[in-house]
Every structure is written in structure tokens, then in C-alpha cells.
Design a protein around this ligand. Structure first.
Ligand code: 5AD
Ligand code: SF4
Length: 459
């Protein structure tokens, strides 16, 4: 079990002046975990008197929270960092900080410093709670700070979180991953699995409810192994049942679920807990048992299909969504056909599709039979086409039906247009009043596309 560190004061909080005008801007790359980390960095900065600006060029502190799961995420960071050189020359007092998964990779922090010597602060995923301390050092001593640690001191509790939404929130229940899929860098940059104590999670959720939040998404690389390291019989199914009892909470979502660990007690908990939404994100990665073996996924194509069938049989109206990688080393035409067949058999409600990206220091990077780029792209396009047809067909079945929507906010470009989701995760757009934000309302679906549904509020 990992110890917990309870933070009750942020460095700099005690010297707050009343007339602070300094601003910050955070660019976040990658997954919801990174989004949540950025919300904590933003929370700490606001606590010590900074305010957020949407315009990067105006900010006094610019932070890049990076991702290294695929090469294109890294390239974006390099490109955007390069553009800051001129800004830093014009405004030498500007502070530039880089953090997140990419910095946690061997040699990367030094590479960044060498290429972009104007960067002021570099830190990793395990010590982001110390950012205010690093900032203080740069401001007081005018030094450059680079601090990457390979293991966190403990699970950090009590950081202020500046959430993007006022009605729905991410709640991380565990950090790290023990699975070592052969293509993936996450276990190297996020460390081993560490579960938060259930009482700390419940406390956070109760605080969210008191602030008006109604929906939570609990996050972990593999939520199904939640609690294993607590050694007290705690499990993900038990956590779902505990959270289901929190008064005032309307909906609970969760992601991601490794298929090898999705047990019957979790399926039963989803079925029996009224607040747990009928959506299971179940990354398959490939439909070929040979490729799955080479990916170190610990299930076969048949076992996965069996599991998906069981989930559908047990939980009416369930959505099954997934992640799929094409072009993994050694993937033959036949392996790829297996993936297409599996996609048709499972009939996914939505999917994230990825072209395999070689990652340094991972076993798959050292495998022979890397697939040429043009074949990867051709397979990717075929996969996306197959998926879109399925998703669109499944969405069409919602036309002229009434669904319960949790209203999340207004559409980016149109104030009178509201957006929300069905219990099983479908995005719904409709005309309505802002008063509905944060409420559950019934919407009649008039039109379905492959990404979203359009409807009218039932009066
Ligand atoms: N190349 C392509 N996709 C990857 N993913 C993880 N590592 C890689 C990689 N090297 C995908 C997996 C995972 C999702 C978050 O990112 O599908 O589930
Ligand atoms: Fe990466 Fe596999 Fe862990 Fe997911 S389960 S984070 S794909 S190693």
C-alpha cells in the first residue's frame, strides 16, 4: 500500500497580496489523467493568486502538460515549444514550464533543455504537486529548475482542483499501470498501480456534490484492478457500490477497463447500481489472438467476444466502446481482417482508433516486421469506415425515441444550443435554456449522425 500525503497549504498561499494581476495558461495534451493533473496545477496557481487566461501569448506563465503515448503528441509539443522562443525574447520575465508524461521519459528532459534552453521549469508526473515551490525558486533566485523523480513520495491528497466543468468531474481513483502492454509507455512514465483510499475518494465526491456537481467519471488506467494494492479486500465493484450510496450524485461513469480483469462482480455492480451508467469502455486493441499475445494483453479474441456478449446480456441498453491499434508489428492482412470481423461482431457504440506508433524502450519497438506506413494508413481508413457505418446505424435506432440527458453545457459556437449525454454516453445536441445545465431532462431524438444525436427537449 502506498502512503498518502495530505496537503493543507500551498507554497506562496501565506504571502498573498490583494492586488495580483499575474496570469497563466496551460496547454494539455493526451488523456483525461493529464486533464485532471492540469486541473490540479491550475487549482494550485489560483490558490496562490494567479488567474487563468485563454490567450497563451498574454500569460505570465505558460505551462505545457505533455503526453508521450504516440509520437504525434510529442511532435505537437516540440512544434509549439519552438514558437515560444520569440515570445520569451520579447518578454524575458515570461516563465515557461513543461511537465507530464513526456518529461518522465529517459533523457527527454535533457533533450528539451538542450533544444529549448529558454524553458524555466521542467518536472514530471510524480512531483507536479511541488510546482508552486519550483515557481518560487525561479522567481526568487532566477534559476532554471529541472526536477524529475522516478517514484512519487506517496499519493497526494487535498490539492485544490480547478475543474473545467461546474457539473461533471473526473475523479482519479488509482495511478499507474502494471500491465506492460508491449506497445505502451504508460507503465514507464506513470509507475506502478497505486489505489487511493476509498475514504479519500468518497470525501472528494461528497465535496463535489456540495459544490453542485452531479456526475463523476472515475479514472484509472485499469479501474478493474482498483484496491488490489490496499490489501484489505477492497475492489472496484465494492467502490462502485459505495459511490452509488453518495447522496446527491446522479451519474457515475468509469474508464478504462482492461478486459482481462473485468469480473462478474463488476458487471453485477454496474447492473445493480442505479447511478452507474450503462457504458463500458473496453479497449480491445486487436481482433487477432496472435497479435493480442504479442501485445501482452492476456486474452484471446474469443474470450473478448464472450465477455462483450455477457456484458450485453446482463446490462440492457449498454454501450460498449473501445480503443483499437492498427499496424502493430507483425500484423498480417489476415490479422487485420480478424479485427474488422470482431468490430462487426461486437458492434461498438464508439471507438478510438490509433495507428501504431513506435515508442522508445518498449518491447514492440524492438520487434521485427514493423509495418510500412502506407499499409498502416490503408488499414486505418478501412477500420474507420467500418466503425462509422456501425456507429451511425446504432445511432439511427435512437431517432424518434426519448432519452434521458444530463445537460453538460452550451455548444461552443451557439449559446442557445445545449449539449449533454445519454446514460450510455451518446452526445446529444438540442435547443434549450441555460437553466437546464446540470439537470437531467428528457429529449426526443429527431436526427442521428455518426458522432452525435440531435433532438428537442420534451416539455
Ligand atoms: N501506438 C498507438 N496507440 C497506442 N496506444 C497506447 N500506446 C500506443 C502506441 N504506441 C493507444 C491504446 C490505448 C490508448 C490510450 O492509446 O489503444 O488504449
Ligand atoms: Fe498502457 Fe496497457 Fe497499461 Fe493501458 S493497460 S496504460 S495500454 S500498459
Amino acid at each position: 500500500m502506498t502512503n498518502s500525503i495530505y496537503i493543507d497549504k500551498i507554497q506562496g498561499e501565506e504571502n498573498l497580496s490583494t492586488n495580483l494581476t499575474q496570469t497563466f495558461h496551460i496547454s494539455t495534451y493526451g488523456c483525461q489523467m493529464n486533464e485532471e493533473d492540469s486541473e490540479k496545477i491550475s487549482g494550485m496557481l489560483k490558490r496562490i493568486g494567479y488567474s487563468n487566461t485563454e490567450i497563451k501569448e498574454d500569460a505570465d506563465i505558460i505551462i505545457f502538460n505533455t503526453c508521450c503515448v504516440r509520437e504525434n503528441a510529442e511532435n505537437k509539443v516540440f512544434g509549439n515549444l519552438g514558437q515560444l522562443k520569440k515570445l520569451k525574447e520579447e518578454r524575458p520575465n515570461l516563465i515557461i514550464a513543461i511537465c507530464g508524461c513526456m518529461m518522465q521519459q529517459k533523457g527527454m528532459a535533457d533533450k528539451v533543455l538542450k533544444t529549448f534552453p529558454f524553458v524555466d521549469i521542467i518536472f514530471g508526473t510524480h512531483n507536479s504537486y511541488k510546482f508552486p515551490e519550483y515557481l518560487d525558486r525561479v522567481q526568487k533566485d532566477g534559476v532554471q529548475v529541472k526536477e524529475i523523480v522516478n517514484k512519487e513520495d506517496g499519493i497526494v491528497e487535498g490539492l485544490p482542483i480547478d475543474r473545467k466543468s461546474d457539473v461533471k468531474a473526473f475523479v482519479t481513483i488509482m495511478y499507474g499501470c502494471n500491465n506492460f502492454c508491449t506497445y505502451c509507455v504508460v507503465p514507464y512514465v506513470r509507475g506502478r498501480e497505486r489505489s487511493r483510499k476509498p475514504e479519500d475518494i468518497v470525501k472528494e465526491v461528497e465535496e463535489l456534490i456540495s459544490q453542485g456537481y452531479k456526475e463523476i467519471t472515475v479514472l484509472g488506467q485499469n479501474v478493474n484492478s482498483y484496491g488490489k494494492d490496499l490489501n484489505d479486500g477492497m475492489s472496484f465493484a465494492k467502490l462502485l457500490r459505495t459511490l452509488n450510496e453518495v447522496k446527491g450524485l446522479e451519474r457515475i461513469r468509469f474508464m478504462s477497463s482492461h478486459p482481462k480483469d473485468l469480473t462478474d462482480d463488476v458487471i453485477l455492480a454496474i447492473k445493480e447500481c442505479d447511478k452507474v451508467c450503462e457504458q463500458v469502455h473496453l479497449p480491445v486493441q486487436s481482433g487477432s489472438s496472435a497479435i493480442l499475445k504479442s501485445m501482452n494483453r492476456h486474452y484471446t479474441r474469443e474470450q473478448y467476444i464472450e465477455l462483450a456478449k455477457k456484458i450485453k446480456a446482463e446490462i440492457p441498453e449498454v454501450s460498449i466502446t473501445t480503443d483499437i491499434i492498427v499496424g502493430f508489428p507483425g500484423e498480417t492482412d489476415e490479422d487485420f481482417e480478424y479485427t474488422l470481423e470482431l468490430v462487426k461482431e461486437v458492434e461498438y457504440d464508439s471507438a478510438f482508433t490509433f495507428i501504431y506508433s513506435r515508442r522508445n524502450h518498449t518491447p514492440a519497438d524492438r520487434m521485427e516486421n514493423q509495418i510500412p506506413e502506407e499499409i498502416k494508413h490503408e488499414r486505418f481508413n478501412r477500420l474507420v469506415k467500418t466503425l462509422n457505418e456501425i456507429v451511425e446505424r446504432k445511432n439511427k435506432a435512437y431517432e424518434n425515441k426519448t432519452v434521458e440527458v444530463f445537460v453538460e453545457g452550451t455548444s461552443k459556437n451557439q449559446e442557445s444550443r445545449l449539449t449533454g449525454r445519454t446514460r450510455n454516453g451518446r452526445l446529444v445536441n438540442f435547443e434549450g435554456s441555460k437553466d437546464s445545465i446540470g439537470k437531467l431532462i428528457n429529449v426526443n431524438i429527431t436526427k442521428a449522425g455518426s458522432f452525435s444525436l440531435t433532438g428537442e427537449e420534451c416539455k
